[in-house]
Design a protein. Structure first.
Length: 110
């Protein structure tokens, strides 16, 4: 489902993704869970494209992690799970592009 969400991104966005790894883990770590209020569906760990400067280079990839058990616990069926996964992937990719949670709420993206 994560692969499908990425494949559905418009080409203009896919080609701008830079130095990013996307994976799936069962659950967030205790440290990750403490960083949020509520259920954590995914997380972006890295330096957003808008913050990278000329000194950014030769670094390990940024990482998006999607939490399978968290998503499955919320989903009512497989189609709903697909919607939740897509939404989570898009949300975390927005962070890669430098868009904050506040801005996502402002533009009614979730």
């Amino acid at each position: 489902m994560v692969v499908d969400a990425l494949a559905a991104l418009p080409e203009a966005f896919r080609e701008r993704i830079d130095n990013l790894d996307i994976g799936v883990e069962d659950r967030p770590s205790v440290e990750d869970a403490l960083r949020t209020r509520g259920t954590l569906l995914g997380i972006y760990r890295g330096v957003p494209l808008t913050v990278r400067g000329s000194g950014y280079g030769l670094t390990l990839p940024d990482r998006i992690v999607v939490f399978q058990a968290s998503l499955e616990a919320l989903a009512t069926d497989e189609e709903h799970l697909r919607v939740l996964v897509r939404r989570t992937v898009l949300h975390e990719i927005a962070h890669h592009f430098g868009i904050s949670d506040a801005r996502l709420r402002e533009i009614d993206a979730y």
